[in-house]
Design a binder for this molecule. Structure first.
Ligand SMILES: Nc1nc2c(ncn2[C@@H]2O[C@H](COP(=O)(O)OP(=O)(O)OP(=O)(O)O)[C@@H](O)[C@H]2O)c(=O)[nH]1
Ligand SMILES: C=C(OP(=O)(O)O)C(=O)O
Length: 214
């Protein structure tokens, strides 16, 4: 008897231009803040692309230099569809991905997960339902690091302040029975960065933090 086909995913990674990103790291200085935001995005995208359940990665950014660097990693890159509207931009990116690969389930993944391990992403994705939107809360239990939908029609991310509660209020399924600390560890401030370094960060972030002496 033929085995059931494995469910496959497309990951959408929104990346705010590093020049404006990660404002809560500004005490490190503008160059360091920008370099860290860039490194977080590179490590997040690298881990997503290496995830065994992921067939495509689509980065959404208006930063042309970063776009070229990420395209060299073999992922697709498109510009923001709307300005300063993260959820609107993700909706447009999801529609574009659906046009390219309608067979893939959709994942929106934050770009500030420098410790992300591909197998933890796979573990979480495998725990998402076939008939509803799902999400992964961040390590603080207040925000969201990933939103997963089985179809474009069910893809309605609500990133922003207190997004875990907003996703729950929208009826999304919380992926909470899996041990995925590197997927939950988003980095907004210095304390988060210490936690990410403890988990073990990717090569780009490791290089930058070493140079900065962090
Ligand atoms: N393409 C795109 N990505 C965005 C935009 N706003 C936020 N993001 C991304 O969405 C994710 C979550 O955003 P935040 O954690 O709020 O990132 P941030 O704005 O750099 O951080 P803070 O300045 O600390 O709020 C990160 O991957 C950001 O790069 C946007 O307008 N366009
Ligand atoms: C946008 C979000 O991230 P952050 O808390 O990092 O701003 C979110 O959690 O929905």
């Amino acid at each position: 008897m033929p085995s059931a086909p494995t469910v496959r995913f497309a990951v959408l990674v929104p990346v705010k231009p590093p020049a404006f990103a990660k404002s809560r790291l500004r005490d490190l200085g503008d160059d360091a803040r920008r370099d860290l935001a860039t490194a977080f995005a590179v490590d997040t995208v690298t881990a997503a692309a290496a995830c065994p359940l992921v067939d495509r990665v689509l980065v959404v950014t208006d930063d042309h230099v970063l776009a070229r660097g990420l395209a060299d990693l073999g992922v697709d890159v498109i510009p923001d569809g709307t300005s300063d509207d993260l959820n609107g931009t993700l909706a447009l990116a999801a529609a574009e991905m659906h046009r390219r690969r309608p067979d893939l389930r959709l994942v929106a993944l934050c770009a500030d997960l420098p410790a992300l391990r591909p197998e933890e992403l796979a573990h979480a994705l495998a725990a998402t339902p076939a008939d509803a939107m799902a999400f992964v809360a961040d390590a603080d239990g207040i925000g969201t690091t990933a939103v997963v939908a089985p179809s474009l029609a069910l893809f309605h991310p609500a990133f922003g302040p207190a997004s875990r509660q907003r996703h729950l209020d929208a009826g999304a399924h919380e992926v909470d029975g899996v041990d995925v600390p590197t997927l939950r560890r988003d980095v907004d401030d210095r304390d988060d960065l210490v936690e990410a370094l403890r988990l073990g960060v990717g090569r780009s972030t490791s290089l930058v933090t070493t140079v900065l002496g962090l």
